[in-house]
Design a protein around this ligand. Structure first.
Ligand code: ADP
Length: 546
Protein backbone atom coordinates (compact mmCIF):
# COMPACT_ATOMS: atom_id res chain seq x y z
CA UNK A 1 0.00 0.00 0.00
CA UNK A 2 1.39 3.44 -0.90
CA UNK A 3 1.20 6.38 1.47
CA UNK A 4 -1.22 9.17 0.75
CA UNK A 5 1.17 12.10 1.01
CA UNK A 6 2.03 14.65 -1.67
CA UNK A 7 4.65 13.44 -4.08
CA UNK A 8 6.54 16.74 -4.55
CA UNK A 9 9.83 15.95 -6.32
CA UNK A 10 13.01 17.22 -4.62
CA UNK A 11 14.12 19.77 -7.23
CA UNK A 12 16.82 22.45 -7.09
CA UNK A 13 14.33 25.03 -8.42
CA UNK A 14 12.27 24.34 -5.29
CA UNK A 15 15.08 25.72 -3.11
CA UNK A 16 15.14 29.02 -4.99
CA UNK A 17 11.33 29.16 -5.03
CA UNK A 18 11.38 28.96 -1.26
CA UNK A 19 13.99 31.73 -0.90
CA UNK A 20 12.11 33.94 -3.37
CA UNK A 21 8.74 33.53 -1.65
CA UNK A 22 9.85 33.65 1.96
CA UNK A 23 13.14 35.59 2.00
CA UNK A 24 12.73 37.86 -1.06
CA UNK A 25 14.88 40.72 0.23
CA UNK A 26 17.64 38.70 1.90
CA UNK A 27 20.83 39.63 0.10
CA UNK A 28 23.25 37.84 -2.13
CA UNK A 29 26.38 40.00 -2.10
CA UNK A 30 29.10 39.37 -4.61
CA UNK A 31 32.51 40.75 -5.45
CA UNK A 32 32.74 40.85 -9.21
CA UNK A 33 35.83 40.26 -11.33
CA UNK A 34 36.18 44.01 -11.94
CA UNK A 35 36.35 44.59 -8.18
CA UNK A 36 32.83 46.09 -8.03
CA UNK A 37 30.35 44.95 -5.43
CA UNK A 38 26.96 43.63 -6.47
CA UNK A 39 23.93 43.18 -4.19
CA UNK A 40 20.43 41.94 -4.76
CA UNK A 41 17.74 39.94 -2.98
CA UNK A 42 16.60 36.35 -3.59
CA UNK A 43 13.50 37.63 -5.45
CA UNK A 44 15.64 39.41 -8.05
CA UNK A 45 18.11 36.52 -8.27
CA UNK A 46 15.22 34.10 -8.85
CA UNK A 47 13.72 36.34 -11.56
CA UNK A 48 17.02 36.51 -13.40
CA UNK A 49 17.57 32.74 -13.03
CA UNK A 50 14.18 32.12 -14.69
CA UNK A 51 15.05 34.63 -17.39
CA UNK A 52 18.30 32.74 -17.98
CA UNK A 53 16.41 29.42 -18.20
CA UNK A 54 14.06 30.79 -20.83
CA UNK A 55 16.93 32.42 -22.77
CA UNK A 56 18.72 29.06 -22.77
CA UNK A 57 15.54 27.45 -24.07
CA UNK A 58 15.26 30.10 -26.78
CA UNK A 59 18.81 29.34 -27.91
CA UNK A 60 18.01 25.64 -28.28
CA UNK A 61 19.15 24.16 -24.93
CA UNK A 62 16.85 21.29 -23.91
CA UNK A 63 16.50 19.14 -20.76
CA UNK A 64 19.53 16.85 -20.41
CA UNK A 65 21.83 19.11 -22.45
CA UNK A 66 25.03 20.14 -20.72
CA UNK A 67 25.81 23.83 -20.19
CA UNK A 68 29.46 24.50 -19.31
CA UNK A 69 30.82 27.27 -17.08
CA UNK A 70 34.37 28.51 -16.53
CA UNK A 71 33.78 30.98 -13.72
CA UNK A 72 34.45 32.08 -10.14
CA UNK A 73 32.00 32.79 -7.30
CA UNK A 74 29.68 35.66 -8.23
CA UNK A 75 26.01 36.41 -8.76
CA UNK A 76 25.87 35.40 -12.43
CA UNK A 77 27.33 31.99 -11.62
CA UNK A 78 24.71 31.69 -8.86
CA UNK A 79 22.01 32.31 -11.51
CA UNK A 80 23.56 29.59 -13.70
CA UNK A 81 23.47 27.14 -10.78
CA UNK A 82 19.70 27.53 -10.52
CA UNK A 83 18.74 28.53 -14.08
CA UNK A 84 20.47 25.62 -15.83
CA UNK A 85 19.54 22.85 -13.39
CA UNK A 86 16.09 24.37 -12.83
CA UNK A 87 15.16 23.99 -16.51
CA UNK A 88 16.27 20.32 -16.46
CA UNK A 89 19.60 20.88 -18.22
CA UNK A 90 22.93 19.92 -16.62
CA UNK A 91 25.35 22.53 -15.27
CA UNK A 92 28.89 21.44 -16.11
CA UNK A 93 31.33 23.47 -14.00
CA UNK A 94 34.90 23.41 -15.36
CA UNK A 95 37.97 24.10 -13.22
CA UNK A 96 40.04 26.90 -14.83
CA UNK A 97 43.13 25.94 -12.81
CA UNK A 98 43.62 22.69 -14.73
CA UNK A 99 46.11 22.27 -17.56
CA UNK A 100 44.84 23.21 -21.02
CA UNK A 101 44.81 19.56 -22.13
CA UNK A 102 42.66 18.59 -19.13
CA UNK A 103 40.22 21.45 -19.78
CA UNK A 104 39.90 20.31 -23.40
CA UNK A 105 39.31 16.73 -22.32
CA UNK A 106 36.71 17.66 -19.68
CA UNK A 107 34.73 20.09 -21.84
CA UNK A 108 34.71 17.67 -24.75
CA UNK A 109 33.78 14.68 -22.60
CA UNK A 110 30.95 16.63 -20.96
CA UNK A 111 29.59 17.46 -24.41
CA UNK A 112 28.29 21.01 -23.80
CA UNK A 113 27.42 23.09 -26.86
CA UNK A 114 27.30 26.37 -24.96
CA UNK A 115 29.82 27.72 -22.48
CA UNK A 116 29.64 30.66 -20.03
CA UNK A 117 33.05 32.22 -19.34
CA UNK A 118 34.31 34.90 -16.94
CA UNK A 119 35.96 37.82 -18.76
CA UNK A 120 39.17 36.93 -16.89
CA UNK A 121 39.16 33.42 -18.42
CA UNK A 122 38.59 34.51 -22.03
CA UNK A 123 42.37 34.55 -22.71
CA UNK A 124 42.54 31.03 -21.25
CA UNK A 125 39.77 29.57 -23.42
CA UNK A 126 40.39 31.49 -26.68
CA UNK A 127 43.44 29.42 -27.77
CA UNK A 128 41.57 26.18 -26.96
CA UNK A 129 38.58 26.97 -29.20
CA UNK A 130 39.85 24.93 -32.21
CA UNK A 131 40.09 21.88 -29.92
CA UNK A 132 36.56 22.30 -28.55
CA UNK A 133 34.55 21.50 -31.70
CA UNK A 134 31.33 20.73 -29.82
CA UNK A 135 31.03 24.23 -28.30
CA UNK A 136 29.32 26.51 -30.82
CA UNK A 137 28.35 29.38 -28.53
CA UNK A 138 30.24 31.33 -25.85
CA UNK A 139 28.64 33.74 -23.40
CA UNK A 140 30.93 36.15 -21.53
CA UNK A 141 29.78 36.71 -17.95
CA UNK A 142 29.33 40.48 -17.91
CA UNK A 143 27.77 43.32 -19.86
CA UNK A 144 28.46 44.38 -23.49
CA UNK A 145 31.68 46.11 -22.39
CA UNK A 146 33.25 42.70 -21.60
CA UNK A 147 33.33 41.67 -25.27
CA UNK A 148 36.87 42.84 -25.96
CA UNK A 149 39.25 41.91 -28.74
CA UNK A 150 40.11 38.52 -27.23
CA UNK A 151 36.44 37.51 -26.98
CA UNK A 152 35.64 38.46 -30.54
CA UNK A 153 37.24 35.26 -31.84
CA UNK A 154 34.93 33.01 -29.79
CA UNK A 155 32.22 31.34 -31.92
CA UNK A 156 28.72 32.85 -31.49
CA UNK A 157 30.00 35.11 -28.72
CA UNK A 158 27.57 37.30 -26.78
CA UNK A 159 27.72 38.95 -23.36
CA UNK A 160 25.54 37.59 -20.55
CA UNK A 161 23.35 40.67 -20.09
CA UNK A 162 22.50 40.74 -23.82
CA UNK A 163 21.90 36.98 -23.76
CA UNK A 164 19.36 37.41 -20.93
CA UNK A 165 17.30 39.79 -23.06
CA UNK A 166 16.02 36.78 -25.03
CA UNK A 167 14.43 35.39 -21.87
CA UNK A 168 11.58 36.29 -19.55
CA UNK A 169 11.13 36.36 -15.76
CA UNK A 170 7.70 34.80 -16.15
CA UNK A 171 9.22 31.49 -17.21
CA UNK A 172 7.78 28.67 -15.08
CA UNK A 173 10.14 26.04 -13.64
CA UNK A 174 9.22 22.65 -15.08
CA UNK A 175 8.55 19.68 -12.80
CA UNK A 176 10.29 16.37 -13.51
CA UNK A 177 11.71 13.24 -11.92
CA UNK A 178 13.93 14.18 -8.96
CA UNK A 179 16.53 11.64 -10.14
CA UNK A 180 17.19 13.82 -13.22
CA UNK A 181 20.84 14.90 -13.62
CA UNK A 182 21.49 18.44 -12.36
CA UNK A 183 25.24 19.10 -12.35
CA UNK A 184 28.42 17.55 -13.69
CA UNK A 185 31.76 18.02 -11.98
CA UNK A 186 35.08 16.31 -12.76
CA UNK A 187 37.54 15.18 -10.12
CA UNK A 188 41.05 16.39 -10.74
CA UNK A 189 42.22 12.91 -11.69
CA UNK A 190 45.69 12.66 -10.21
CA UNK A 191 45.95 9.39 -12.10
CA UNK A 192 44.40 8.80 -15.53
CA UNK A 193 41.81 11.07 -17.08
CA UNK A 194 39.53 13.24 -14.93
CA UNK A 195 36.26 11.52 -14.07
CA UNK A 196 32.84 13.13 -14.19
CA UNK A 197 30.50 12.92 -11.20
CA UNK A 198 26.92 13.47 -12.33
CA UNK A 199 24.75 14.71 -9.44
CA UNK A 200 20.96 14.52 -9.44
CA UNK A 201 18.36 16.94 -8.06
CA UNK A 202 17.49 14.38 -5.39
CA UNK A 203 21.09 13.81 -4.30
CA UNK A 204 21.74 17.57 -4.20
CA UNK A 205 18.67 18.44 -2.13
CA UNK A 206 19.14 15.56 0.34
CA UNK A 207 22.83 16.41 0.73
CA UNK A 208 22.03 20.07 1.47
CA UNK A 209 19.19 19.16 3.84
CA UNK A 210 21.52 16.98 5.87
CA UNK A 211 24.39 19.51 5.82
CA UNK A 212 22.38 22.38 7.29
CA UNK A 213 21.11 20.40 10.32
CA UNK A 214 22.13 21.37 13.88
CA UNK A 215 24.45 18.33 14.22
CA UNK A 216 26.17 19.38 10.99
CA UNK A 217 26.60 23.05 9.97
CA UNK A 218 23.61 24.25 12.02
CA UNK A 219 22.41 26.90 9.55
CA UNK A 220 19.30 29.07 9.59
CA UNK A 221 17.94 32.32 8.18
CA UNK A 222 20.04 34.07 10.84
CA UNK A 223 23.29 32.78 9.32
CA UNK A 224 25.48 34.78 6.96
CA UNK A 225 27.36 32.42 4.67
CA UNK A 226 30.62 33.10 2.90
CA UNK A 227 31.11 30.70 -0.02
CA UNK A 228 34.89 30.17 -0.21
CA UNK A 229 35.05 26.87 -2.16
CA UNK A 230 35.15 27.74 -5.85
CA UNK A 231 31.85 27.23 -7.64
CA UNK A 232 33.72 25.04 -10.14
CA UNK A 233 34.65 22.55 -7.42
CA UNK A 234 32.08 20.03 -6.12
CA UNK A 235 29.08 22.41 -6.18
CA UNK A 236 30.94 24.97 -4.06
CA UNK A 237 30.41 22.45 -1.24
CA UNK A 238 26.67 23.02 -1.59
CA UNK A 239 26.79 26.67 -0.49
CA UNK A 240 24.40 28.10 -3.11
CA UNK A 241 21.86 25.39 -2.22
CA UNK A 242 22.36 25.73 1.55
CA UNK A 243 21.81 29.49 1.33
CA UNK A 244 18.59 29.21 -0.66
CA UNK A 245 17.29 26.34 1.47
CA UNK A 246 17.75 28.27 4.73
CA UNK A 247 17.11 31.78 3.40
CA UNK A 248 20.50 32.87 4.74
CA UNK A 249 22.39 35.87 3.40
CA UNK A 250 25.05 34.67 0.95
CA UNK A 251 28.42 36.32 0.32
CA UNK A 252 30.27 35.38 -2.88
CA UNK A 253 33.93 36.49 -2.76
CA UNK A 254 34.74 36.51 -6.50
CA UNK A 255 38.33 35.59 -7.22
CA UNK A 256 40.15 37.40 -4.41
CA UNK A 257 40.79 34.89 -1.64
CA UNK A 258 43.77 36.63 -0.04
CA UNK A 259 43.73 37.21 3.71
CA UNK A 260 43.08 40.93 3.51
CA UNK A 261 40.06 40.61 1.17
CA UNK A 262 38.56 37.84 3.29
CA UNK A 263 39.00 39.64 6.61
CA UNK A 264 37.34 42.72 5.13
CA UNK A 265 34.43 40.74 3.71
CA UNK A 266 33.86 38.84 6.96
CA UNK A 267 33.66 41.95 9.11
CA UNK A 268 31.86 44.16 6.59
CA UNK A 269 29.14 41.65 5.73
CA UNK A 270 28.86 40.09 9.21
CA UNK A 271 29.77 36.56 8.07
CA UNK A 272 28.93 33.95 10.72
CA UNK A 273 29.78 30.73 8.90
CA UNK A 274 32.10 29.64 6.13
CA UNK A 275 33.82 26.56 4.78
CA UNK A 276 37.05 26.13 2.85
CA UNK A 277 40.35 24.32 2.39
CA UNK A 278 43.15 24.84 4.94
CA UNK A 279 45.25 26.87 2.46
CA UNK A 280 42.70 29.69 2.47
CA UNK A 281 42.65 29.82 6.27
CA UNK A 282 46.46 29.84 6.37
CA UNK A 283 46.39 33.04 4.28
CA UNK A 284 43.68 34.53 6.48
CA UNK A 285 45.53 33.73 9.71
CA UNK A 286 48.79 35.15 8.37
CA UNK A 287 46.97 38.40 7.62
CA UNK A 288 45.39 38.50 11.10
CA UNK A 289 48.77 37.86 12.66
CA UNK A 290 50.39 40.67 10.65
CA UNK A 291 47.70 43.26 11.20
CA UNK A 292 46.30 42.33 14.61
CA UNK A 293 42.80 42.38 13.10
CA UNK A 294 39.99 39.99 14.03
CA UNK A 295 37.27 38.01 12.25
CA UNK A 296 34.19 38.66 14.39
CA UNK A 297 31.39 37.64 14.02
CA UNK A 298 32.68 34.48 12.31
CA UNK A 299 31.71 31.81 14.84
CA UNK A 300 32.27 28.56 12.97
CA UNK A 301 34.21 27.40 9.94
CA UNK A 302 34.02 24.03 8.21
CA UNK A 303 37.55 23.20 7.09
CA UNK A 304 38.42 20.20 4.92
CA UNK A 305 39.55 18.97 1.56
CA UNK A 306 42.86 18.07 3.17
CA UNK A 307 43.87 17.49 6.78
CA UNK A 308 43.51 20.50 9.07
CA UNK A 309 46.66 21.17 11.16
CA UNK A 310 45.96 21.24 14.88
CA UNK A 311 47.67 24.62 15.14
CA UNK A 312 45.08 26.07 12.74
CA UNK A 313 42.21 24.79 14.89
CA UNK A 314 43.77 26.40 17.97
CA UNK A 315 44.54 29.72 16.24
CA UNK A 316 41.03 30.06 14.84
CA UNK A 317 39.61 29.22 18.28
CA UNK A 318 41.74 32.06 19.63
CA UNK A 319 39.89 34.35 17.20
CA UNK A 320 36.52 33.09 18.46
CA UNK A 321 35.94 30.70 15.56
CA UNK A 322 35.30 26.98 16.11
CA UNK A 323 36.65 24.71 13.38
CA UNK A 324 34.42 21.87 12.24
CA UNK A 325 36.74 19.58 10.36
CA UNK A 326 35.10 17.97 7.31
CA UNK A 327 35.95 15.00 5.21
CA UNK A 328 34.48 14.49 1.80
CA UNK A 329 35.19 14.11 -1.89
CA UNK A 330 33.68 15.14 -5.20
CA UNK A 331 32.02 11.72 -5.31
CA UNK A 332 30.23 12.38 -1.97
CA UNK A 333 28.64 15.67 -3.13
CA UNK A 334 31.09 16.51 -1.35
CA UNK A 335 30.32 16.57 2.40
CA UNK A 336 30.89 13.24 4.14
CA UNK A 337 31.73 13.49 7.82
CA UNK A 338 31.69 16.61 10.04
CA UNK A 339 33.42 16.94 13.41
CA UNK A 340 30.61 18.18 15.64
CA UNK A 341 30.41 17.21 19.34
CA UNK A 342 28.10 14.65 20.94
CA UNK A 343 27.06 14.48 24.63
CA UNK A 344 29.35 11.45 25.09
CA UNK A 345 32.37 13.73 24.73
CA UNK A 346 31.31 15.82 27.74
CA UNK A 347 32.70 13.10 30.01
CA UNK A 348 36.20 13.50 28.54
CA UNK A 349 38.93 15.80 29.80
CA UNK A 350 39.19 19.04 27.81
CA UNK A 351 42.38 17.99 25.98
CA UNK A 352 41.01 14.54 25.05
CA UNK A 353 37.80 16.13 23.83
CA UNK A 354 39.80 18.50 21.62
CA UNK A 355 41.77 15.52 20.26
CA UNK A 356 38.57 13.72 19.27
CA UNK A 357 37.14 16.83 17.60
CA UNK A 358 40.37 17.47 15.70
CA UNK A 359 39.68 14.35 13.66
CA UNK A 360 37.77 14.25 10.36
CA UNK A 361 34.35 13.95 11.89
CA UNK A 362 31.28 11.89 12.61
CA UNK A 363 28.95 10.09 10.36
CA UNK A 364 25.64 11.87 9.89
CA UNK A 365 22.41 10.36 8.73
CA UNK A 366 22.42 9.49 5.05
CA UNK A 367 26.07 8.61 4.58
CA UNK A 368 27.31 5.40 6.14
CA UNK A 369 30.98 4.46 6.42
CA UNK A 370 32.92 1.21 6.70
CA UNK A 371 36.61 0.64 7.43
CA UNK A 372 37.87 -2.58 5.94
CA UNK A 373 41.15 -4.11 7.13
CA UNK A 374 43.61 -6.03 4.98
CA UNK A 375 41.85 -9.28 5.95
CA UNK A 376 38.66 -8.00 4.28
CA UNK A 377 36.83 -7.62 7.60
CA UNK A 378 35.50 -4.53 9.37
CA UNK A 379 38.29 -2.98 11.43
CA UNK A 380 37.59 -2.61 15.18
CA UNK A 381 36.38 0.82 16.30
CA UNK A 382 39.44 1.44 18.43
CA UNK A 383 40.77 4.63 16.82
CA UNK A 384 43.98 2.77 15.94
CA UNK A 385 43.34 0.07 13.35
CA UNK A 386 43.67 1.50 9.88
CA UNK A 387 41.76 0.23 6.88
CA UNK A 388 40.25 1.19 3.54
CA UNK A 389 37.32 3.62 3.82
CA UNK A 390 34.11 2.70 1.98
CA UNK A 391 30.96 4.83 1.94
CA UNK A 392 27.37 4.46 0.85
CA UNK A 393 24.31 6.69 0.69
CA UNK A 394 21.91 8.71 -1.48
CA UNK A 395 24.48 11.42 -2.29
CA UNK A 396 27.39 9.09 -3.11
CA UNK A 397 28.28 8.50 -6.78
CA UNK A 398 27.44 5.13 -8.28
CA UNK A 399 29.16 5.42 -11.68
CA UNK A 400 31.26 8.05 -13.48
CA UNK A 401 29.75 9.90 -16.40
CA UNK A 402 30.23 7.95 -19.63
CA UNK A 403 31.60 4.83 -17.85
CA UNK A 404 29.97 1.51 -18.58
CA UNK A 405 30.06 -0.02 -15.10
CA UNK A 406 29.27 0.97 -11.53
CA UNK A 407 32.13 1.32 -9.03
CA UNK A 408 30.33 -0.29 -6.11
CA UNK A 409 30.79 -3.64 -4.44
CA UNK A 410 27.91 -6.15 -4.17
CA UNK A 411 26.47 -4.36 -1.13
CA UNK A 412 26.57 -0.92 -2.71
CA UNK A 413 29.72 0.40 -0.97
CA UNK A 414 31.92 2.90 -2.82
CA UNK A 415 35.72 2.66 -2.36
CA UNK A 416 36.96 6.15 -1.43
CA UNK A 417 40.67 5.46 -1.90
CA UNK A 418 41.28 6.82 1.61
CA UNK A 419 42.72 4.99 4.60
CA UNK A 420 41.10 5.71 7.97
CA UNK A 421 40.36 4.64 11.53
CA UNK A 422 37.08 4.87 13.48
CA UNK A 423 37.08 5.42 17.24
CA UNK A 424 34.70 4.29 19.93
CA UNK A 425 32.82 7.62 19.75
CA UNK A 426 32.17 7.14 16.02
CA UNK A 427 34.73 9.71 14.80
CA UNK A 428 36.64 9.06 11.64
CA UNK A 429 40.33 9.83 11.25
CA UNK A 430 41.84 9.90 7.79
CA UNK A 431 45.39 8.61 7.95
CA UNK A 432 46.25 8.61 4.24
CA UNK A 433 45.14 8.17 0.69
CA UNK A 434 45.63 4.59 -0.50
CA UNK A 435 48.04 5.80 -3.15
CA UNK A 436 50.01 7.92 -0.65
CA UNK A 437 50.26 5.27 2.04
CA UNK A 438 53.76 4.53 3.34
CA UNK A 439 54.31 0.85 3.83
CA UNK A 440 57.46 0.23 5.78
CA UNK A 441 58.35 -3.42 6.30
CA UNK A 442 54.69 -4.30 5.64
CA UNK A 443 53.22 -1.84 8.21
CA UNK A 444 51.29 1.35 7.43
CA UNK A 445 52.61 4.69 8.59
CA UNK A 446 50.19 7.62 8.67
CA UNK A 447 51.69 10.53 6.73
CA UNK A 448 48.86 12.85 7.83
CA UNK A 449 49.60 12.32 11.50
CA UNK A 450 53.31 13.10 11.10
CA UNK A 451 52.48 16.19 9.00
CA UNK A 452 50.11 17.45 11.66
CA UNK A 453 52.76 17.11 14.37
CA UNK A 454 55.46 18.68 12.19
CA UNK A 455 53.25 21.75 11.68
CA UNK A 456 53.38 22.34 15.45
CA UNK A 457 57.16 22.92 15.32
CA UNK A 458 57.86 26.67 15.51
CA UNK A 459 59.00 27.88 12.10
CA UNK A 460 57.36 25.07 10.09
CA UNK A 461 54.78 26.60 7.74
CA UNK A 462 53.79 23.52 5.76
CA UNK A 463 54.70 19.85 5.88
CA UNK A 464 54.28 16.84 3.63
CA UNK A 465 55.36 13.27 4.30
CA UNK A 466 55.90 10.92 1.39
CA UNK A 467 57.17 7.41 0.85
CA UNK A 468 60.77 7.37 -0.33
CA UNK A 469 62.39 4.20 -1.62
CA UNK A 470 64.47 2.29 0.92
CA UNK A 471 66.52 -0.79 -0.04
CA UNK A 472 65.71 -2.69 3.15
CA UNK A 473 62.23 -1.53 4.22
CA UNK A 474 60.98 -0.78 0.71
CA UNK A 475 59.50 2.52 1.81
CA UNK A 476 60.42 4.93 4.55
CA UNK A 477 58.83 8.29 5.45
CA UNK A 478 60.54 11.43 4.20
CA UNK A 479 59.41 14.74 5.70
CA UNK A 480 59.41 17.76 3.41
CA UNK A 481 58.81 21.17 4.98
CA UNK A 482 58.40 24.78 4.01
CA UNK A 483 60.10 26.87 6.70
CA UNK A 484 59.55 30.37 7.94
CA UNK A 485 62.30 32.51 6.38
CA UNK A 486 62.93 34.46 9.56
CA UNK A 487 63.21 31.54 11.98
CA UNK A 488 63.78 28.29 10.06
CA UNK A 489 63.93 25.21 12.32
CA UNK A 490 66.85 22.81 12.02
CA UNK A 491 66.42 19.18 10.99
CA UNK A 492 67.14 18.24 14.60
CA UNK A 493 64.46 20.64 15.98
CA UNK A 494 61.87 18.87 13.91
CA UNK A 495 63.03 15.37 14.78
CA UNK A 496 63.25 16.25 18.50
CA UNK A 497 59.64 17.41 18.42
CA UNK A 498 58.44 14.22 16.72
CA UNK A 499 60.47 11.72 18.73
CA UNK A 500 58.40 11.58 21.96
CA UNK A 501 55.13 11.76 20.01
CA UNK A 502 55.29 8.94 17.48
CA UNK A 503 56.45 5.34 17.32
CA UNK A 504 60.15 4.93 16.62
CA UNK A 505 59.59 3.22 13.29
CA UNK A 506 57.35 6.14 12.17
CA UNK A 507 60.21 8.63 12.50
CA UNK A 508 61.07 10.21 9.12
CA UNK A 509 64.43 9.09 7.78
CA UNK A 510 65.19 12.63 6.71
CA UNK A 511 63.82 16.18 6.75
CA UNK A 512 64.13 18.27 3.60
CA UNK A 513 63.35 21.98 3.37
CA UNK A 514 61.90 23.33 0.11
CA UNK A 515 60.82 26.81 -1.00
CA UNK A 516 57.21 25.77 -1.71
CA UNK A 517 55.17 22.59 -1.97
CA UNK A 518 53.71 21.74 -5.39
CA UNK A 519 49.91 22.11 -5.43
CA UNK A 520 47.16 20.37 -7.42
CA UNK A 521 44.42 22.26 -9.24
CA UNK A 522 42.17 21.84 -6.20
CA UNK A 523 44.64 23.48 -3.84
CA UNK A 524 46.09 20.34 -2.26
CA UNK A 525 49.71 19.34 -1.92
CA UNK A 526 50.63 17.23 -4.94
CA UNK A 527 52.28 14.21 -3.36
CA UNK A 528 52.60 12.65 -6.77
CA UNK A 529 54.96 15.45 -7.84
CA UNK A 530 56.88 15.20 -4.56
CA UNK A 531 57.25 11.45 -4.91
CA UNK A 532 58.56 11.85 -8.44
CA UNK A 533 61.12 14.37 -7.22
CA UNK A 534 62.20 12.70 -3.97
CA UNK A 535 61.64 8.98 -4.64
CA UNK A 536 65.38 8.20 -4.50
CA UNK A 537 66.31 10.83 -1.93
CA UNK A 538 67.25 8.33 0.81
CA UNK A 539 69.37 6.20 -1.51
CA UNK A 540 71.20 9.29 -2.78
CA UNK A 541 71.67 10.61 0.76
CA UNK A 542 73.15 7.26 1.83
CA UNK A 543 75.58 7.33 -1.11
CA UNK A 544 76.78 10.84 -0.27
CA UNK A 545 76.38 11.41 3.47
CA UNK A 546 76.58 15.07 4.56
P1 ADP B 1 40.65 15.82 -5.85
O1 ADP B 1 41.32 16.73 -4.87
O2 ADP B 1 41.35 14.53 -6.10
O3 ADP B 1 40.09 16.47 -7.05
P2 ADP B 1 38.44 15.74 -4.06
O4 ADP B 1 38.37 17.19 -3.91
O5 ADP B 1 37.22 14.98 -4.28
O6 ADP B 1 39.35 15.32 -5.21
O7 ADP B 1 39.28 15.23 -2.83
C1 ADP B 1 38.82 14.24 -1.97
C2 ADP B 1 39.94 13.74 -1.09
O8 ADP B 1 40.47 14.79 -0.28
C3 ADP B 1 39.50 12.70 -0.12
O9 ADP B 1 39.40 11.44 -0.73
C4 ADP B 1 40.60 12.76 0.94
O10 ADP B 1 41.74 12.04 0.54
C5 ADP B 1 40.96 14.22 0.94
N1 ADP B 1 40.32 14.90 2.08
C6 ADP B 1 39.17 15.59 2.10
N2 ADP B 1 38.94 16.10 3.32
C7 ADP B 1 39.97 15.73 4.12
C8 ADP B 1 40.31 15.95 5.49
N3 ADP B 1 39.57 16.69 6.31
N4 ADP B 1 41.45 15.38 5.94
C9 ADP B 1 42.24 14.64 5.14
N5 ADP B 1 41.98 14.41 3.83
C10 ADP B 1 40.86 14.95 3.32
Amino acid sequence: MLGLMQDTPLLISGLLNYAERHHPRVEIVSREGDGMEHRYGYAQAAGRSRRLASALHATGVRPGDRVATLAMNHHRHFELYFGVSGMGAVLHTVNPRLFAAQIEYIVDHGGARIMFVDPAFVPLIAPLVPDLPKVSRYVVLGGPETIGEAAEGLPGVVDYETFLKDGTDSHVWPSFDERTASTLCYTSGTTGNPKGVLYSHRSTVLHALSACQPGSFGLSAESVLLALPPMFHANAWSFPYLAAMTGAKLVLPGSRLDGESLQELISKEGVTFTVGVPTVFTMLLEHLHRTGKGIAPLARAGVGGSAVPRAMIDELAHHGCTVLQLWGMTETSPLGTIATPTPALAALAEADRADVLAQQGRVRWGLDVRIVGEDGRDAPRDGRTQGALWVRGPWVARRYYGADADMLDDEGWFPTGDVATLDAHGYLRITDRTKDVIKSGGEWISSLEIENLACDVPGVRQAAVIAAYHPKWEERPLLIIVADKECPPTRQDVLDHLQPRIAKWWMPDDVVTVEALPMTATGKVSKLTLRERFRDHLVKAAESPP
